[in-house]
Design a protein around this ligand. Sequence first.
Ligand code: MYR
Length: 172
Amino acid sequence: LSALSPCSPPAPLPASGLDRDQFPRQYLGSWHFIAAAAATPAALETFAGTDSSVFHMGQSPQPQRLQLRAALRLKSGGCVPRSWIYLLNEENTDLATEGRPGMRTELFSSKCPDTIIVQETDRDYQRILLYSRTPHLADECIEDFRSQAYCLDMEEFLLLPRSQDTCQLQDS
Ligand code: MYR
């Protein structure tokens, strides 16, 4: 560690994060998956066949739930729809995933505007993921993410190739 480049892990969301007027409202809508990092290759394996993914976070009829939909473009060319239900927590901005009791999703602010860092922890892996409102993100923002990952000893890094068109999200 050098004094010139202090190690800085991703910062938790600001305390205003729990303001129900703000959270999760400001995170609803579309996100592009940009990059992922983990300590082991196995934790990133699930993304190996993916060229790009676009997500939509939406409200659910029940206020304690969020509906996440995704459209994955596979490297092989096909489009694959995915969906998850997140359960909101009273005390913090952590999310639980319906049907995945061992999984915890924590949100972190990122230095670059219109981006968010998500940490997923399950029984057998942990990884951080970078999402952006826009499909292309400045290299500097990606490098920032990477150095924050290093700070967590996550040295495996994956940048989504995005060499094909993104897939269309299906209406729910
Ligand atoms: C996966 O591929 O493992 C699931 C990825 C979760 C994606 C989350 C995408 C958007 C993040 C926005 C945060 C919203 C919080 C209310």
